[in-house]
Design a protein around this ligand. Structure first.
Ligand SMILES: [Zn+2]
Length: 374
């Protein structure tokens, strides 16, 4: 999907600094055929009654999303659906034919609103007359973005990026991309849903699954943990090879998503060390706590880099070279969103402050440096 406006606060990827795992994570299925992954239209059994499907994603750096089919009595519960595309619908038809054993999909559960997860939920619901289960925050946010439309990019969106230090050319590119593109990436989102919430226990077939809500990547991201099966469906909250995208966007310009993300990672502390993690991108792995420690370290390195530089005031865009070593020109809104997420985390901790300069652009600097200067 094209990058455009706040609607595209979608994906892991831009902060996808490959956070090398140095062999500390185990990929127990890596030695199966096809590189240890199911091909298009294929399914791979992870545990009895738990099937892994992969669907292509038209977002650079992501390539595929993992979806999960869980045996559920006389039917199947599906976790996540894939991006809206006729190609994926054709792949789904193959899956229906080959892998459902004549049983219907009886429940669609989406971890969060991003279109590679929610995109085909409306089509699947029509196809199977199956209810959509989601957290309240994710369903509302998806519906809101789906309905949002404007003939041109609203002023507050442009103002937001101006305050981050975007150039006139960069602002013009945002205008050109237009507004309200989310609806193109999803089939009509079901107008009713069944709410799931943090701490809920859901019975799927013979197995109980605990809902663990993560924050920061999206408003109320549902992860599912089954103690019986020793499985965690982690969605985008914990990924093995890239760090989930954590960004600030015009709809909530003072958001502190990195603070929320780091806090919500603590909610996984009670899971066993050998739990098999089923992520939405990358391969199933063992090493949840190791991975969480790596993700925390990844963000700490960035926070330290910012603190080290903010003895002198910087605009948000001026911090980008400190955080991203690669060319981020094509992903500037995502990259700036990430940078601001880190800056807001430091502001929340009182380590830095910001002020608007004469050009109406925020400058961020260390609280101690500013005090010394005043
Ligand atoms: Zn996502």
């Amino acid at each position: 999907m094209s990058e455009a406006s706040e609607n595209d606060m979608t994906e892991p990827g831009i902060d996808g600094t490959p956070t090398a795992d140095n062999g500390s994570l185990q990929y127990p299925f890596a030695d199966r055929g096809n590189g240890g992954r199911p091909g298009d239209g294929e399914a791979m059994e992870m545990r009895p009654g738990v099937l892994w499907l992969r669907m292509p994603v038209p977002i650079p750096g992501l390539d595929y999303i993992n979806l999960w089919l869980l045996e559920d009595g006389d039917g199947w519960t599906l976790v996540d659906t894939g991006f809206r595309s006729s190609k994926l619908q054709a792949i789904w038809e193959q899956v229906f034919e080959r892998h459902l054993n004549g049983r219907p999909i009886t429940r669609i559960l989406c971890t969060h609103f991003h279109p590679d997860h929610l995109g085909l939920a409306g089509w699947l619901q029509e196809r199977w007359q199956a209810p959509l289960w989601m957290s309240h925050g994710e369903w509302c946010f998806g519906r809101m973005l789906e309905l949002e439309a404007a003939p041109e990019v609203p002023r507050d969106v442009i103002d937001f990026y101006h305050r981050l230090g975007f150039s006139d050319a960069q602002l013009e590119a945002i205008r050109k991309r237009g507004f309200g593109n989310f609806s193109k990436a999803v089939t009509p989102i079901p107008r009713s849903f069944h709410r799931i919430a943090d701490g809920d226990r859901i019975l799927i077939g013979a197995h109980g699954w605990e809902v663990i809500v993560g924050r920061g990547h999206s408003p109320e991201h549902a992860c599912l943990y089954s103690p019986d099966l020793n499985l965690l469906i982690s969605g985008d909250q914990v990924l093995p090879r890239i760090s989930p995208h954590i960004g600030v966007y015009p709809g909530e310009p003072d958001a502190t998503p990195l603070t929320l993300y780091l806090q919500s990672l603590e909610k996984f502390a009670h899971l066993p060390t050998d739990v098999l993690v089923l992520p939405a991108h990358g391969d199933p792995f063992i090493g949840l706590h190791t991975r969480i420690a790596m993700l925390k370290r990844h963000h700490q390195v960035r926070l330290d880099a910012l603190l080290g530089a903010l003895h002198r005031p910087h605009t948000a865009t001026a911090t980008l070279p400190l955080l991203f070593k690669r060319d981020i020109a094509d992903h500037i809104t995502l990259a700036a969103g990430e940078a601001v997420a880190h800056l807001h985390h430091l502001m929340r901790g009182g380590q830095i402050t910001r002020r608007l300069n004469a050009a109406g652009i925020y400058e961020y600097s260390r609280s101690d440096a500013r005090l010394a200067a005043e």
